[in-house]
Ligand binder design. Sequence first.
Ligand code: G1P
Length: 305
Amino acid sequence: MSSPPRPQPATPTVLRARKAVIPAAGLGTRFAPATKVVPKELLPVVDVPALEYIVAEAARVGLADVLVITGRGKDAIEGHFDAAPEVEDALERKGDEHRLARVRRSTDLARMHYTRQREARGLGDAVSYAEAFVGNEPFAVLLGDDIIDERDVLLARMLEVQAERGGIVLGLIEVEGAAISLYGSIKPAGDVVDGVIAVETLIEKPKPEEALSNLAVIGRYVLPPQIFDALRRTELGARGELELTDAMRVLGQDGVPMHGVVFSGRRYDTGDRQDYLRAVVRLACEHPELGADFSGWLTEFVRTL
Ligand code: G1P
């Protein structure tokens, strides 16, 4: 007698992403001259380099292997996630356990891997360097410019959606007016349900009048490994660079499902000087050690303006 059929899961289960890729090869020209020697990813947001917030976010959602795509002049990034025996010894001698723990944190966050993009040829080109690291699994891409406040949830939800539905999952925000020209713009294929929206297609940095909606792609993606083949089939974009947005559109045309998770929490675009300053001030006001004094000073200072 044959055994009864096994119950089948209602939706096909897709392997949950386990690896993160962080493109960090950009020249940081918007922040020059600060970025002549110091990679923009290492600029401090209060007392922690921007990139550490991003690696910590990946680690928090279980992405234990992190590949940083660096470039020339960016070697200091590797140093930040390595041990610093002299600094650690000095703090140990001073008995400053608290700061010692903070210095060691970056070393313990995740298993760090590095590769170098040879030329700054665009975000899509940078991501293509991750192919051997990623293998045949879905993976997350986190852009170093976008810091998502650790009190708000985005990536965990995106990983969940990807594990349920497969394909591409994008982090999205609603933007107003002409701001859409700074982002990838998506065409929805339905309404937002439980914070998730099906995506029909997307284009990179449209003119405001050509935007497909007011939903903008932010620096969080969960991608299937087929993206590497799509990147090979994608032509250079208007900036003369290989755009990740264009390769995702190619995959969408192949029939790969695309969804977005609409985020309304706190996000700091540290690639932009104004937003960087706002992020520093905001996070300084909320800092457990500095916050009370700093906010007091700031309140007084604002009165003098
Ligand atoms: C990149 C992407 C764009 C996305 C943005 C989010 O642009 O190409 O689609 O909306 O990141 O920050 P960049 O800001 O690197 O020019």
